[in-house]
Design a protein around this ligand. Structure first.
Ligand SMILES: NC(=O)c1ccc[n+]([C@@H]2O[C@H](COP(=O)([O-])OP(=O)(O)OC[C@H]3O[C@@H](n4cnc5c(N)ncnc54)[C@H](O)[C@@H]3O)[C@@H](O)[C@H]2O)c1
Ligand SMILES: O=P(O)(O)OC[C@@H](O)[C@@H](O)[C@H](O)[C@H](O)CO
Length: 381
């Protein structure tokens, strides 16, 4: 038996990781979450349901046989991390400091009571370049003994997520997930994962992750923000709208051209990385999830501004990407905290200052001027 721990038992934690591990008989799964409501629901029923949209069929999978604990520091809540072989951190980038502080406390116990077992930690986010920060946060202030244990026994690896997994909310026990491409994982790991479907080791993760986030998540965010502008609740509705689909195709075309100039990757490799085979049926994916946290999604290095900068640097067209950013700035979903902060900033400081602060462009940058001009046009339409 091998032990997998999923910290962050939300949509992806349950709908992808928990579901795929449940198909691998060697693995025992434990969910950890800071939200007591998530854990209460998982324990109450002892099972949850995932609709898996595969190429061949839509599979109905009732997942059971797991343990679930709140992230408290009582010994019974910590044993899973003390004995884990694989620890998935399936949380948003801003949640890492808190999660690291928690796991680090448990490492003190693990180094004493179970020092010889190795551990691979896999970080599941769409933000590139986080691993050095995570590594630094772990080793900061560790005493010599703990540090030596950590450096010998633990590895932290980045991943590229090629899955969409959605539900009514993160507590839901009824999840849907599109399973057509694997999770790419930076090697080497401390344990063999060949028996887990949809997990695949892959070199050059940093470069490929940049490319994937630009080419997959850029148009994806554009779909959410244009979808919101048009009053849709799922991105499926936008993509069924001929005009909406044509716009997203243009965004994709611009980003793809930029990538082929910027990175040493062939058209064939690019397709293999980023073209999702058609699943049996279209999984409904909400504008809410795909658009969530525009402050992150519209930041300088992220999917849309990063792509626009790349195209501009190569003197390639980027007009549709800029429009998508402007749609993003109009995103005002009331239950999205970051969207509300963004709207407050725009209201208080004006659009020029807001674009400067959110997207990171200087006041002189043509990109800032073009985004603002599109924002005004779209707002007044
Ligand atoms: N859902 C997807 O399709 C998908 C696809 C690609 C990437 N991702 C990435 O995966 C990560 C998780 O996304 P999700 O859709 O599952 O989000 P989610 O909101 O559904 O779930 C996140 C869960 O993490 C828990 N959490 C947050 N901080 C925690 C902490 N410190 N300790 C323990 N639990 C904590 C939350 O309570 C929540 O249950 C994000 O980085 C997201 O960008 C998700
Ligand atoms: O997870 P986020 O918030 O960074 O982005 C939302 C979606 O674009 C993303 O989750 C995709 O569904 C996923 O990356 C599929 O490739």
């Amino acid at each position: 038996m091998a032990n997998a721990v999923i910290l962050g038992a939300g949509r992806l934690g349950k709908g992808f990781l928990g579901e795929t591990l449940a198909n691998a008989p060697r693995w025992h799964t434990t969910f950890l979450d800071k939200d007591a409501g998530v854990i209460r629901k998982l324990k109450e029923t002892g099972s949850y349901h995932v609709q898996v949209y595969r190429k061949e069929c839509i599979e109905e999978h009732e997942v059971s046989g797991y343990e679930a604990y709140e992230t408290l520091l009582e010994p019974q809540d910590c044993h899973a991390i003390v004995y884990a072989d694989l620890l998935f951190l399936s949380i948003y980038p801003q949640d890492f400091p808190e999660a690291i502080a928690y796991v680090k406390e448990i490492f003190k116990m693990r180094a004493k009571t179970n020092p010889n077992q190795k551990l691979s930690m896999l970080c599941l986010t769409n933000k590139n370049g986080m691993i050095p920060m995570i590594q630094d946060a772990f080793v900061k202030d560790m005493n010599e003994e703990l540090l030596s244990w950590f450096m010998h026994q633990v590895v932290i690896r980045d991943t590229i997520i090629r899955r969409s997994t959605d539900a009514d909310d993160h507590r839901s026990l009824n999840i849907r997930s599109t399973a057509v491409l694997s999770l790419l994982i930076q090697p080497p790991l401390t344990i063999d994962i060949a028996d887990i479907e949809w997990l695949e080791l892959c070199d050059d993760i940093a470069m490929l992750k940049d490319i994937k986030v630009f080419l997959v998540n850029g148009p994806h965010a554009a779909s959410a923000y244009l979808g919101w502008y048009r009053g849709y609740t799922t991105i499926n509705e936008l993509l069924e709208d001929e005009d909406g689909a044509a716009f997203i195709q243009e965004v994709t075309k611009e980003i793809r051209a930029g990538i082929l100039q910027q990175y040493p990757i062939s058209e064939e490799q690019l397709d293999k990385l980023s073209v999702f085979p058609k699943a049996k049926g279209d999984m409904p994916d909400t504008v809410y999830r795909v658009g969530k946290d525009p402050l992150r999604k519209l930041s300088y290095d992220d999917r849309l501004c990063g792509s626009a900068r790349m195209c501009k640097a190569h003197h390639l067209p980027y007009e549709h990407i800029v429009q998508a950013i402007a749609y993003g700035l109009l995103y005002d979903e009331k239950t999205d905290e970051a969207a509300m902060q963004m709207q407050m900033l725009i209201q208080e400081k004006g659009i020029i200052e807001a674009v400067h602060q959110i997207c990171g462009f200087s006041y002189q940058d043509d990109l800032l001027k073009e985004i603002c001009s599109w924002y005004v046009r779209l707002k007044n339409k």
